[in-house]
Ligand binder design. Structure first.
Ligand code: TRP
Length: 332
């Protein structure tokens, strides 16, 4: 029973949408069937940008409730808050001693901040806190602490995983033994890009998302607002060119897809009806998820208990890694 370990961090950013659902949540939950999964809420990572306490604590709860509502089983997955496992900060400090400043200078997020400042003619480091600058070290600690084999992430996080590999390898090289496990990225290449309401990629920054847990009425309104072209009811339509159909495919069965594809091609179906069909399949899948979410998020104590139980399971694993490293380092 030597199953490999899969770990990922969830930044509490609030308002999960169907892009997150298909791009991150579903693939990570599928991996949890095959691997020993350790999934956590990266709340100290969020502190770099979120300074409003009420907003941060609400967001942490919503994101945790969201993953549970989508099917994360806390009996099967070690599910915890980063802030509840303080060994991660001890490990991060130790890893700092093995992390070149030059490596951090090359991190995409930090470079993007510098570039933005340069364009505005500001001081290069304006608005850059040390949390942002050392973000990759804390993330490496998150990963390495749990002996992770694979880290399911989007493409934007690959550089961070490579940095975690570099840092772990520097430690192992120095002590001439495998003190720390070197993780691999599991990039979800096959995941479909989820189109947003305006046809561009669904993203919070474009304001074109369909939130996962909005009430049925609002869901319907959003879908009815999807931008379409001016083709009339009778005209045959190309399903591949319609974001309504691309969204439909994510929620419909194979038979439903074929049937609707034919109706598009035949003509005689207007955009209004295509949207009604889309609403029907989206709501069918999201209704039970929405109900579970509402029940979980309103039971604050229950949610806290789940996260506390997860932290209890996480801490001994974390403590063992730190102990091993301290011993190798001569600090035991
Ligand atoms: N940086 C990740 C993101 O922005 C979140 C994260 C923090 C993470 N720690 C991690 C992801 C460890 C994977 C493993 O989405």
């Amino acid at each position: 029973m030597d199953r490999k370990i899969s770990l990922t961090g969830i930044k509490p950013t609030g308002n999960l949408h169907i892009g997150n659902y298909f791009g991150a949540i579903k693939p990570a939950l599928e991996l949890a069937g095959e691997y020993d999964a350790r999934y956590f809420i990266a709340d100290y990572h969020a502190l770099n940008t979120m300074k409003d306490p009420a907003e941060l604590s609400a967001t942490i709860r919503e994101v945790a409730a969201g993953w549970l509502a989508c099917g994360l089983d806390p009996e099967n997955v070690v599910f915890y808050r980063q802030s509840a496992v303080s060994e991660v900060f001890e490990l991060a400090t130790m890893l700092m001693a093995f992390t070149g400043k030059g490596l951090m200078n090359r991190a995409h997020a930090y470079k993007a901040a510098l570039q933005e400042n340069a364009e505005k003619g500001d001081d290069p480091d304006a608005g850059v806190n040390m949390g942002l600058f050392t973000y990759p070290v804390l993330m490496a600690a998150d990963i390495i602490l749990f002996d992770s084999d694979v880290v399911p992430v989007g493409k934007d996080q690959v550089q961070h995983i490579e940095m975690a590999q570099d840092i772990a390898q520097s430690v192992n090289y120095n002590y001439k033994q495998e003190v720390l496990k070197v993780p691999q990225a599991a990039v979800q290449e096959h995941v479909a890009v989820v189109p947003g309401l305006d046809g561009r990629k669904m993203s919070k920054s474009y304001g074109n998302t369909i939130p996962l847990f909005i009430p049925e009425k609002n869901l319907r309104k959003l879908i009815m607002r999807i931008v379409t072209n001016s083709q009339g009811v009778e005209e045959p339509k190309d399903p591949a060119a319609s974001q309504i159909f691309l969204l439909y495919k994510l929620f419909a069965s194979a038979e439903e897809q074929t049937a609707l594809e034919e109706r598009y091609r035949e003509g005689g179906m207007g955009w209004g009806e295509a949207k009604e069909e889309l609403f029907r399949v989206v709501n069918r899948e999201l209704s039970p998820v929405r109900e579970r979410f509402n029940a979980i998020v309103s039971d604050t104590q229950g949610l806290d208990r789940i996260l506390a139980a997860g932290a209890e399971k996480a801490r001994p694993i974390a403590a063992a890694t730190v102990k091993r490293f301290r011993k190798a380092a001569g600090i035991d």
